[in-house]
Design a protein around this ligand. Structure first.
Ligand SMILES: [Zn+2]
Length: 161
């Protein structure tokens, strides 16, 4: 997907460096499979605090969880997929934020709880396409019941996007 910088390489080490946390402990807390990503902030008027050079990372395919890292704050969110023409966009939703403390264990416990929670809520939304049997977010479905993904919507029903 276009929002990934390099989907092949897990960025957990980079995230750990940005957070000044040991990569091994961070991996135990938030898991692996992280990629740099670009997100679209849906409501610019309410997201002033997010408009800086903080980095966003995503994990899962479809994306299950977003993590925003900056010096003093962590943010965890679920993702929704939107479309700008043919280009998919990632929108953070249900964002939760934590100011960094001096207590690394507390930070890691918070990150674990929130990333697991966001991933679980995302997984509960996903469905398997009845034709290709791959998993998709509801926004990636041509039809919801029974689920048909966009690709199979084109292939079997001639849908044009
Ligand atoms: Zn399909």
């Amino acid at each position: 997907m276009e929002w990934f910088d390099d989907p092949g390489e897990d960025q957990i080490e980079a995230i750990a460096r940005l957070m000044h946390l040991p990569a091994e402990l961070l991996g135990l807390s938030i898991g692996g499979g992280w990629s740099r990503c670009t997100v679209t902030l849906e409501t610019p008027e309410t997201s002033d605090s997010l408009r800086d050079d903080a980095m966003w990372f995503c994990a899962g395919e479809p994306v299950q969880v977003l993590l925003r890292v900056e010096r003093h704050w962590f943010d965890v969110a679920q993702a929704r997929i939107g479309w700008s023409g043919q280009l998919p966009q990632l929108y953070p939703v249900d964002l939760v934020r934590r100011e960094r403390r001096d207590d690394v264990e507390e930070d890691l416990a918070w990150l674990e709880r929130e990333t697991l929670g966001a991933a679980k809520r995302s997984q509960e939304r996903f469905a398997f396409c009845r034709f290709c049997r791959t998993i998709a977010a509801p926004e990636q479905l041509f039809r919801a019941d029974p689920p048909v993904c966009h690709g199979c919507g084109s292939r079997y029903f001639g849908a044009v996007y």
